[in-house]
Design a protein around this ligand. Sequence first.
Ligand SMILES: Cc1ncc(C[n+]2csc(CCOP(=O)(O)OP(=O)(O)O)c2C)c(N)n1
Length: 303
Amino acid sequence: MGMRVSADKLYGYAMELIDKAIAGEKTPAEMKALCEKIKTVDQYDAKGQGVEEMRGLVAQLKPFCEAGKAAGCELCAQLLAVADNLVRKSVWILGGDGWAYDIGYGGLDHVLASGKNIKILVMDTEVYSNTGGQASKSTPIGAIAKFAASGKTQAKKNLGLMQMQYKNVYIAYVSMGANPAATVKAFNEAEAYNGPALIIAYAHCIEQGINTANGPERQKIAVDSVHFPLWRYNPTAAAEGKNGLTLDSKAATISFAATATAENRFKQLLKANPNAQAMLQRAEDGFKENYELLTKLAGLEKL
Ligand SMILES: Cc1ncc(C[n+]2csc(CCOP(=O)(O)OP(=O)(O)O)c2C)c(N)n1
């Protein structure tokens, strides 16, 4: 949050100096023209061209500031010192699901609710990995983890839908192994949105009890079984009175219950719990219900 506030403050200060340079009687005409141009650049266009344009303009502005500074112009010296802050800064927070869904959730919610232009990327391994595999609120029903030795009994928390209620937060569920194009699209859209964003990325992990060489394949299976459906919510479309929700996933093409036991976290359940099959089926039913809900939401006229 502090990074965002200081970047915005420095941008605002640099812009004030640009205004002063425009108003200055001694400002060379060419420098004035550059300053006028700088004021018109939209740095939140979908293709990121505005950022490139601003970089170019700042590079052209600096020699004027340097020459002015050498001639004793105080305003030029000040502008030179902060000119790089005219190029917009991206602020990203990266964390795991243990942090995002559980122990850091209050902070994550606070940042997203602030409306500030801060992006959050959650690497969702569905377990606390760094500390040895404890269950998080992202762990699905049936998965064996520490504190869930007989399989997790509660459903995976729907972090994206919860945060979507704010309406001004860009949200995306992505999975590289399943759909790299939708992943890139989500990052581009999050960057182009001048507000908070949350990207939840399905991340395979050794703690899931898989051969990590097959990670991308497991990422695809998670999506194809609607264990982890891909969707994006873009507040810009919503603000235009449209439905901001885009579902990038099809209905389940494979059964979660039938494929889950390829991962040790679910395979162990068969030995640890006599209700294993019923639990896996309950997990599958829950995933399908979630997918149906998303389909209904995506079909609304406005959202
Ligand atoms: C408030 C707080 N509690 C506990 C810890 C100790 N801790 C360090 S890493 C970690 C695991 C975090 O898991 P996750 O966020 O899922 O990230 P991963 O290890 O999967 O990348 C924990 C509990 C901490 N850093 N902060």
